[in-house]
Design a protein around this ligand. Sequence first.
Ligand SMILES: OC[C@H]1O[C@H](O)[C@H](O)[C@@H]1O
Length: 296
Amino acid sequence: MNFSSEQPKIIVVGSSSIDLVLETEKLPLPNETVLAVNSDSYFGGKGANQAVGTARLGASVYFIGCVGMDPLGQQIMRNLVSENVNVGFVHETDKESTGTAYVTTCDGNAAIVVVPAANKYLNKEHVDEADRYFTTSDLVLVQLEVSMDVVEYTVKKAKRYGKKVGLYASPAMKISNDIIENVDFIVAKSSELHVIFGEEKREEILKKYFNKVFVRDDTNSTIYFDGTEMKYYRNDKDSTVYKMGMGDAFTSGFAVALCHGNSIEDCVKFGNEVSSRVSGGKGSQTGLPRISDFNF
Ligand SMILES: OC[C@H]1O[C@H](O)[C@H](O)[C@@H]1O
């Protein structure tokens, strides 16, 4: 694994939220009431998670997002600043409150309902304001918790500037061919592939988009096609059950390793490693590792 002394420059365009996490002894079925054994709130939102994830791994990060004009929005800003994420392009809207996510979690499984709220107000003009940073960045990350228009616009802009672009295709929804063609890598959950790509078989999708689509499953493993064969990586020492935020952590690790010029195989291995470490913490951001946690 190569980690050069040059600091990768990453732009993350996406959501931020406060996650209310309820730990239960079983996930409630429809029409069922269960008692929580614990409840807490954490910083979250896939965009903010990836901004913090890549910053902790040593990248210089600009986050482009939108929060409400309320105390939760202020908390999110302060958290990002304390994580060394540049918030000069985080906008405030008076139209909605800050985004939230309601998470019920049991034995590592999480059922998440996201309320986008202010995140819906992120628009193309906001992305344009960061124009000059697009010219100097190495890589741009997007997810699907802000409007698809903004995602498409960001991907095209980044490509126009010749930058690498990564998409974490979550929450799963159909994405256009334009997006697929213009991004360098797509991270997706195994169980959601058909929502994103249609009914084609997993093997066919991976072969068609070799070295581009990386499929993650609940055991923190990653599968992709390298042009010759299917590759499957899982940390042997890893008994990790899936926890919230692992997809964001994988994407952050993969992106930073790619910026340092590593092979796809090494990017996947590092993404898995980063992801397995996040499972040690509570919420999506607490356990994200720092670059100093690794021996290179
Ligand atoms: O990917 C994990 C994130 O999904 C939801 O958006 C929650 O905010 C959580 O932090």
